[in-house]
Design a protein around this ligand. Structure first.
Ligand code: NAG
Ligand code: NAG
Length: 377
């Protein structure tokens, strides 16, 4: 048995190895990038120092001096000194480390190997690979170095000593080889080495363009009912999307979930079928269960409401033949779905009964007047 300490040590070492491999892979990709910039800046340096310090005359002396300068150490130093930005550590480090290689190339190799990038970065210090290849041994990317990923994706580590050579497919494509189409896209052209998946413009736009002119190139999406397709309409689906089902002729049609399963929604909701889906909507508050929106789609009316010619309406409890507020000096007040009993005017509730509100004494004059007012009403 391993002790806890041994296990911990093992775990940490593994984590360290994984982490360092990960940073090493990134380092490999970035060194190639640095090297590429150095090679680019070397070319720029060559341009910049062309005919430097010479007036462009054609004297024999100038001709001779120029051809000497072209391959001189002075020119090389001039170029090397301006290769890197002073702030770029990686660049300066790489140039210093390989200064002798630049000299070798400058004096002995440049005629036979004019491409500094290939000679230096790929073949000599081996931080890059040629295009279409990747990794320590510059192996071919998935689907080959000629057209990595069949032209429909990017090969991981392409042109560097890092990466795994697998494909990161462009939008619309999928699969190890980027030959398959993403859902909603279809293969317009396809063979073993070539695939064109189309989809960008909506069906309506595509149809519109098609009517205008057959020569206008356009791309189209599958019909909304298709998961995958071979053409434009719901008859061209290979597979239907969820919420759509194939009929006998293979056409994808909307499935009415509400009819198929009446228990999809809660009791106080109704089911609304939509293209490819459904939703549950709340019943009208006058309903107790319903088949649709509004008080005329109730299965039965909520308590306090009654069915009046197919629509649920409020019951006026106060106008029923049997009085509902029966205590003395009580009045009935109807409201939505119910009623309340209140004390009549000039009465107030006291310990459950309606008692007369005592008249204030200083208002004797008004008390005399009030019975007359009453008679007018
Ligand atoms: C290459 O040269 C340009 C301009 O001289 C400079 O801005 C750039 O940083 C150089 N590249 C590197 C890696 O230093
Ligand atoms: C596959 O299709 C492409 C484009 O149409 C064509 O250039 C290529 O020759 C075809 N390859 C094969 C093996 O048929």
């Amino acid at each position: 048995m391993l002790s806890f300490n041994q296990l911990l040590w093992l775990f940490c070492s593994l984590a360290f190895i994984l982490l360092s491999q990960c940073t090493y892979a990134k380092y490999l990709k970035s060194s190639c990038n640095t090297c590429k910039q150095i090679a680019d800046n070397f070319s720029k340096g060559l341009d910049r120092t062309k005919k430097q310090n010479f007036g462009g005359g054609n004297t024999a002396w100038e001709e001779r001096a120029l051809s000497k300068y072209e391959t001189s150490e002075i020119r090389l130093v001039e170029i090397l000194e301006n290769l890197c930005d002073s702030s770029s550590f990686d660049c300066n480090h790489m140039v210093e480390e390989h200064e002798d290689h630049f000299e070798t190339w400058w004096f002995k190799r440049q005629n036979k190997h004019p491409d500094l990038y290939k000679w230096f970065c790929v073949d000599t210090i081996k931080v890059c690979c040629s295009t279409g290849t990747f990794g320590p041994d510059c192996n071919a990317c998935v689907a080959g170095s000629e057209r990595p990923c069949h032209g429909n994706g990017v090969c991981d580590g392409d042109g560097t000593r890092g990466g795994n050579g697998r494909c990161n497919c462009d939008h619309g494509y999928k699969g190890e080889f980027c030959l398959d189409c993403m859902d909603g896209y279809f293969n317009e052209i396809r063979n073993d080495t070539f695939s064109l998946c189309t989809g960008l413009v909506s069906l309506e736009q595509g149809m519109h363009l098609n009517h205008l002119s057959h020569s206008i190139p356009y791309t189209t999406e599958c019909h909304t009912s298709c998961k995958t397709c071979t053409g434009l309409t719901n008859e061209d689906c290979e597979k239907c999307k969820t919420g759509w089902g194939e009929d006998d002729e293979g056409t994808c049609l909307d499935v009415n979930e509400c009819l198929n399963d009446p228990t999809l929604c809660k009791e106080d909701q109704y089911c609304l079928n939509t293209d490819g889906s459904f939703s549950c909507k709340g019943c009208d508050e006058l309903c107790s269960g319903c088949t649709g929106a509004g008080p005329d789609k109730c299965q039965s009316c909520a308590p306090g409401y009654q069915d009046t010619e197919g629509t649920c309406t409020d019951v006026n409890e106060c106008e029923q033949t049997d009085a509902v507020c029966t205590a003395e000096n009580q009045e009935c007040l109807n409201n939505k779905g119910s009623y309340i009993c209140i004390c009549a005017s000039r009465y107030k509730e006291q310990e459950g009964v309606c008692v007369k509100i005592p008249e204030p004494e200083e208002n004797e004059a008004e008390i005399v007047k009030r019975p007359e007012e009453h008679e007018d009403l």
